[in-house]
Write a protein that binds this ligand. Structure first.
Ligand SMILES: [Zn+2]
Length: 80
């Protein structure tokens, strides 16, 4: 598989490292957390980027019939 050269959308740096990250998503108004997502992290600013395939798989996972591994309660604050 050919991996596209990394270019950070935020700062334009080309250097990145592979990292597993957790990211929360809002699905139909309900927050879900996905852990262990393979991402590329910019070495300069720390911005993490998911590949298109990874994004697709996340979407399939949270919208599909997969059972969550565990549930946590989330406190929601509004910046007002
Ligand atoms: Zn960057």
């Amino acid at each position: 598989m050919v991996t596209r050269m990394f270019r950070c959308d935020t700062c334009g740096a080309n250097e990145s490292e592979k990292r597993l990250v957790s990211e929360s998503f809002l699905i139909d108004g309900k927050p879900v957390l996905v852990e262990g997502i393979p991402a590329r992290a910019c070495l300069r600013c720390g911005e993490t980027v998911f590949s298109r395939g990874t994004t697709k798989k996340i979407r399939r996972t949270v919208h599909g019939h997969a059972q969550p591994r565990r549930s946590v309660q989330v406190d929601v604050f509004e910046y007002a």
